[in-house]
Design a binder for this molecule. Sequence first.
Ligand SMILES: Cc1cc2nc3c(=O)[nH]c(=O)nc-3n(C[C@H](O)[C@H](O)[C@H](O)COP(=O)(O)O)c2cc1C
Length: 390
Amino acid sequence: MSRSARSLQDAYSIADLRNLARRRLPKAVFDFVDGGAGDEHTLKANNAVFDDWTIVPRVCVNVADRRLGRTIVGRSAALPLLLSPTGLAGFFWRNGEVCAAKAAARLDLPFCLSTNSIASLEEVAAAAPDGDRWFQLYFLRDREWMDQLVRRAARAGYRVLCLTVDLPLTGRRERDLRNGFSLPLRPSLRNVLDIARHPRWALDALRSSHDFGNFSNGSAAFTTVAQHVASLFDPSADWDTVAHIRELWKGPLVIKGILHPADAIRAVELGCDAVIVSNHGGRQLDHSPAALTALQDVVQAVGDRTEIILDGGVRRGTDVIKAMALGASSVSSGRAFLWGLAAGGEPGVERAIDILRDELDNAMALVGVDQLANVTYDHVRHRAQFGGPR
Ligand SMILES: Cc1cc2nc3c(=O)[nH]c(=O)nc-3n(C[C@H](O)[C@H](O)[C@H](O)COP(=O)(O)O)c2cc1C
């Protein structure tokens, strides 16, 4: 058994996978995945807010036969879990997007490919033809190119279009600024030493592409993510642009990056099929609400009219239970699978999913629910209402 397979076997939590990812990745790359904007207040709050809720189990419920499956935007999935769109996955592990898409397909979960992937959307489609593939779109200055991307996604068989609306420009991610993070890594003395200390990543990276696969010739060498976004993404896009995309894309349309209930209402009125409550994993506006905090307002506003997916801070099976008790129909997770990917490629993504599945299964039995539809608000108490272990 290889060293990375052994390490994966010894990872029992998402935090363990994060530790493995930290060991394999150069600091600048690990920080790009791990970090957030500003003081990382929102990044930390995304996780910490889960601790504000306790779960009150019910007993003497028959939980011998537990069903963890869930329908997510019209298609059944093995778990209530979407793999969030994450740019540059192919920079953390060679063919990272293909690895993640294949793992998700094998384990019967939806995978959302980012506009900013290293592999092109066609390459990922060819590698995971049977998976539930979603394509994430950003607003682009070149509207013709943006419309073409939408058509390419439809032609390549992506089922759902996920429109991310919280990135008119890049949040100020200070770790990336300090590290001088760019694609590829600029050969500064610090980066060269950093890379030399991480030979497993370096050897893999030597054989990898270092370009944004959906933008052939779209970006110059040593591009920072902020430069890439500033030159290609459109900060003037508005709800009319959402309406335009709604018209163009005939399949299910999901809007990602909603925190305010009024924006959720607007999205539903424009015909979006689901809302992803998200602050982009704390990478955009620092001091925006934690995703789980914003969830409750959004549920109140549109919960009876649309599916709501909670995105941000999910690290444990119990987090999934809490999100669903507070009204989410499913959850989406970025770093959990990225750490698995960075630690061990496709088996690493599978390990991340296995961990979340085992934890969720265990939690369901202990909470006293045999299926997710039976998780209700009555299962949770906010710490303001109820002491619980803290
Ligand atoms: C390295 C990285 C890259 C990301 N790239 C994108 C992206 O290209 N498009 C997008 O909509 N969200 C992107 N996100 C945000 C994720 O989709 C998701 O909202 C976030 O990771 C959720 O928080 P979590 O990591 O705590 O699960 C990215 C997140 C990370 C960590």
